[in-house]
Write a protein that binds this ligand. Structure first.
Ligand code: FO1
Length: 319
């Protein structure tokens, strides 16, 4: 039985796409709706075919609702591709695969945004429609755009990530609009009343840093101000999914769980890494972080729950 369930501990999870969504799902299996708020990166958002697309928000919501495509992690399960294939036959863009069911989400979100509704309200209504009881919030109602500086010039995130398959060499990142963007009111309240913040195993450079950039005015010089734990998305020097390890290398940093801990130094108090990286424990402790070594690979729904439980026990314990 979980030691944490029903204790009233308030957790805020910061999440990007697939890895973040899996852990958020594990946390949601344990924590009550009022105990968990998930704040999601919107730096990946972009407009395509005139539609406003929020890949990370949708990945988190589809995962929590049991609607996610289990093979890709993004998009919908039991999807069909008629619209994009027909558009492609007419000479339209097909590098960003929009499924027919998924398109419905983008159509309705775009209609509501054009009618003046804030993204947070739309997300709330969508969650209700999908039967999601935990709170999912975009990091801001104002646009923030992750821009990737590469050896081929600056690229908008999806252009770099999907269209160019992360091939250009990364030189740095910029979060356009982050200085002006306000955290949503509910996100601010959730952070202020949180007992602990969980940084999901998402890409530190392009999934978590945009959220931290928007929320930095809320934090004083003492990290996140509460117990905060990050889970390394790098296991044995490689990423489970996505380009985080490649990014570290191109930025001249050896990718490892230690590099991730270094990335969050001054921000977090606790760090979780995989059993294959146990030899890094002492070095991470040297960064003034408490450490937990456990299985962090989330292959099954059971793994998600087990990892979430281990994290909650870790940050809930005082020793
Ligand atoms: N990722 C891909 O690699 N190729 C795609 O065609 C693609 C389409 C797509 C459609 C909707 C959506 O919500 C996400 C989609 N993603 C696709 C994933 C997404 O762009 C990235 O995984 C995230 O932005 C990074 O977290």
């Amino acid at each position: 039985m979980s030691l944490v369930q029903g204790t009233g501990m308030k957790i805020v999870a910061l999440a990007g796409g697939v890895g973040g969504a899996k852990l958020a799902h594990g946390l949601a299996q344990i924590l009550k709706p009022e105990e968990l708020t998930i704040i999601v990166n919107t730096g990946d958002d972009f407009e395509h075919y005139g539609l406003y697309i929020c890949p990370d928000l949708d990945t988190v919501c589809y995962t929590l609702a049991g609607l996610a495509n289990p093979e890709t992690g993004w998009g919908r399960v039991d999807e069909s591709w008629n619209a994009i294939e027909n558009a492609s036959k007419l000479g339209g863009l097909d590098w960003f695969r929009l499924g027919d069911k998924d398109l419905g989400t983008h159509l309705e979100r775009t209609r509501r945004l054009k009618a003046g509704d804030p993204l947070s309200q739309i997300t709330r209504d969508f969650c209700k429609a999908w039967g999601i009881e935990h709170t999912v919030l975009p990091m801001s109602d104002q646009p923030v755009r992750t821009m990737v500086d590469t050896d081929e010039g600056e690229l908008a995130f999806q252009e770099y990530f999907v269209h160019r398959r992360c091939e250009p060499k990364v030189k740095g990142f910029r979060f356009e609009g982050a200085d002006e963007a306000e955290p949503t009111k509910r996100a601010k309240e959730a952070i202020e009343s949180a007992d602990a913040i969980v940084i999901c195993p998402s890409n530190p450079w392009v999934s978590v840093d945009p959220i931290l950039a928007v929320f930095s005015p809320l934090f004083s010089g003492e990290g996140l101000g509460v117990r905060s734990v990050a889970i390394s998305p790098i296991i044995g020097g490689e990423t489970v999914k996505g380009p985080a390890a490649k990014m570290y290398r191109e930025l001249g940093i050896e990718p490892s769980a230690l590099a991730v801990a270094n990335h969050y130094q001054g921000v977090i108090t606790h760090f979780v890494m995989d059993t294959v990286d146990s030899q890094l424990t002492e070095s991470v402790r040297g960064l003034n972080m408490r450490t937990l070594v456990t299985n962090t690979l989330m292959k099954s729904h059971g793994d998600r729950r087990q990892l979430a439980e281990a994290i909650l026990q870790f940050i809930g314990s005082d020793s």
